[in-house]
Write a protein that binds this ligand. Structure first.
Ligand SMILES: Cc1ncc(COP(=O)(O)O)c(C=O)c1O
Length: 265
């Protein structure tokens, strides 16, 4: 689905995950079924879209389990597994894990392959925030952790970041189209289109979307074809090097944390 920005793309994926994983009707009983509460997991480095999604979906931000990060600033996958096990034992329903492919403050990539394995083990939807770094997964020098976003149930990528598409152009990629339909498909008499056609009104929150594809096409046409791949590769190389350095260097981590205001002392 092409939508207006990362926040909206993530929200669409969040709702699709909820529809797919809750074993009760979330349209009538939002956050709990038979006393079980839906829980969502992600690292302390996650973008604020997660709070908005938890709040606006009606689950509430206390449904978010903030998984600690290690010294390398990536989600601690053992802590994730333990939290899922303990929530399940308490009778709650873990429905969504968010892995980050390029965090806001340092650009680090979570161990997406290992996170995917935990999700498979526990039957949880695996979503990747690729708003910033997702496109770099297509490049030859992309590290394995980044390429592992191909294992996700859903990914959000932002052409209006690295691809320099004009605002607002973002894309939600969801493997199971039926999860989107279960979230957004409503059939009133005035929207009674053919069931066999692909009607985007059934798959996303908007009935009157902007023509985002036009923005993407213009951006592609305005980029010089022979230069663009080299340019994108060199930015990708720079980013991969910087995020590896950020993981190694306490100085870089410290200054970034102070800049983001998260832990100023
Ligand atoms: C990692 C990450 N996720 C999500 C977002 C939200 O994207 P948007 O600003 O397009 O809503 C951003 C934007 O800065 C981001 O860097």
């Amino acid at each position: 689905m092409l939508v207006s920005g990362g926040n909206v793309a993530h929200f669409v994926c969040f709702l699709a995950a909820r529809a797919a994983k809750a074993d009760w009707d979330v349209r009538t009983c939002v956050g709990r079924g038979a006393g079980r509460r839906l829980c969502v997991y992600g690292s302390a480095e996650m973008h604020t879209w997660i709070q908005k999604a938890a709040d606006m979906s009606g689950l509430g931000i206390d449904a978010i389990r903030w998984i600690p990060i290690g010294a390398d600033l990536r989600m601690d996958v053992d802590a994730l597994r333990q939290q899922i096990v303990s929530d399940t034992a308490a009778g709650d329903l873990p429905f969504l894990v968010v892995g980050t492919a390029g965090s806001v403050s340092t650009g680090v990539v979570d161990q997406l392959r290992d996170i995917s394995a935990v999700c498979k083990e526990h039957g949880v939807w695996f979503h990747v925030d690729g708003a910033y770094g997702g496109f770099a997964a297509t490049l030859p020098q992309a590290p394995d952790d980044l390429r592992a976003l191909s294992l996700a149930d859903s990914v959000a990528v932002d052409p209006h970041k690295w691809l320099y598409a004009p605002l607002e152009a973002c894309c939600a990629l969801v493997r199971d189209v039926e999860a989107l339909r279960a979230t957004c498909g409503y059939h009133s008499p005035y929207y009674h289109f053919s069931q066999h056609a692909l009607n985007y009104v059934d798959l996303g929150p908007e009935a009157s979307p902007r023509f985002v594809m036009c923005l993407l096409t213009c951006a592609r046409q305005s980029a010089s074809p022979p230069r663009k791949p080299t340019w994108m590769r060199s930015i990708a190389r720079w980013w991969i090097d910087c995020s590896a350095e950020a993981r190694r260097s306490s100085r870089i981590c410290y200054s970034t944390v102070v800049m983001s205001g998260a832990r100023a002392s």
